[in-house]
Design a protein around this ligand. Structure first.
Ligand code: G1P
Length: 320
């Protein structure tokens, strides 16, 4: 656990609110962008070097002091849950061989957090998926971590978001800047400066409006909603009152905008760290290359090979 979980900040103590302690990971999607790879394998289990994407995400929650994780799953995706279970047969074999390193790697995921699951029987949108967390979450604020993106562990975002939410209440989001031509892929927000002080990972802003997947002409800015949210439990009622929006789906962005319009404060951190997006083939490849290049065990060799590879064209001729 990080230092953030051990000591509530003085600001938290001053407001009397406590940090969210549960996380919800919506992971029931069909991952059509990755077919046919995702026909039988959930996209959340695609490996980034030797760990599935979902393990990085659960580790991100754990490192922020969250020990209770609800996975929202769907048909054909139960192998995601198996990844966080024990494997006594495999463990016994590795133990007998004295392979302590692999034994630790196999046990690791099962020791990260308490993993709970629930099923979203139909994929009717991100807001609809989050709505299934209501009975698990109860009346406390909670974090939502989308199942196909994560941030660089050395540049953590979630602890600052949890602290900010405990201080301000309401909704806390994170934004990253996108090319104005790309707004159609994200929730986009308009903002104004906030009184809250700077965090060490980005400026804090107050949100004055949000729209899901606007065209560049309609986008209020180029600040895109990153897949990390800290939400009050009032979001569940707002989701129930949210009509299908972009793509005919019940959008979380629309439910948050409903709350904002009714007076719930919405703050965000404009994240300046590194975000990995594994939801599409190109972003997935970039993620694998970056993580591999930074690994202590194989980074040096991989970088040397990669540098050589990019110098060499497809016909095998070494360029200048
Ligand atoms: C979802 C959200 C969107 C957010 C994005 C971040 O979209 O609906 O607001 O900007 O995640 O990755 P999706 O990627 O599920 O289409």
């Amino acid at each position: 656990m990080s230092e953030h979980s051990a000591n509530p900040s003085s600001a938290t103590a001053a407001t009397g609110r406590s940090r969210a302690v549960k996380a919800v990971i919506p992971a029931a999607g069909l991952a059509t962008r990755f077919l046919p790879a995702t026909k039988a394998v959930p996209k959340e289990l695609l490996p980034v070097v030797d760990r599935p994407v979902l393990q990085y995400i659960v580790e991100e929650a754990t490192q922020a002091g969250i020990g209770d994780v609800l996975l929202i799953t769907g048909r054909g995706k139960t192998s995601m849950v198996d990844h966080f279970d024990r494997r006594p047969d495999l463990e016994a074999r590795l133990e007998a061989k004295g392979d302590t390193e692999r034994l630790a790697a196999v046990r690791g995921p099962s020791e990260l957090a308490e993993i709970y699951t629930c099923r979203q029987p139909e994929q009717l949108g991100l807001g609809h998926a989050v709505g299934y967390a209501e009975s698990h979450v109860g009346d406390q604020p909670f974090a939502v971590l989308l199942g196909d993106e994560f941030v660089k562990p050395a540049e953590p975002l979630l602890p600052a978001m949890l602290e900010l939410q405990a201080r301000t209440g309401g909704v806390v989001l994170a934004f990253f800047e996108v090319d104005p031509a790309e707004t159609k892929r994200y929730g986009i927000a308009s903002v104004e400066p906030a009184e809250a002080e700077l965090t060490d990972i980005g400026e804090v802003v107050r949100v004055t409006g949000m729209v899901e997947k606007p065209t560049p002409e309609d986008a209020p800015s180029n600040l895109a909603v990153l897949g990390r949210y800290v939400l009050p439990s009032s979001i569940f009622d707002a989701i129930r009152r949210t009509k299908p929006g972009s793509g005919g789906e019940i959008q979380l962005t629309d439910a948050m905008e409903l709350l904002r319009g009714e007076g719930t404060p919405v703050h965000a951190i404009v994240y300046r760290g590194t975000r990995y997006d594994t939801g599409m083939p190109l972003g997935y490849l970039q993620t694998v290359v970056q993580i591999a290049a930074e690994r202590d065990d194989l980074g040096t060799e991989f970088r040397t090979w990669l540098a050589e590879f990019v110098k060499t064209d497809a016909s095998g001729v070494t360029g200048t």
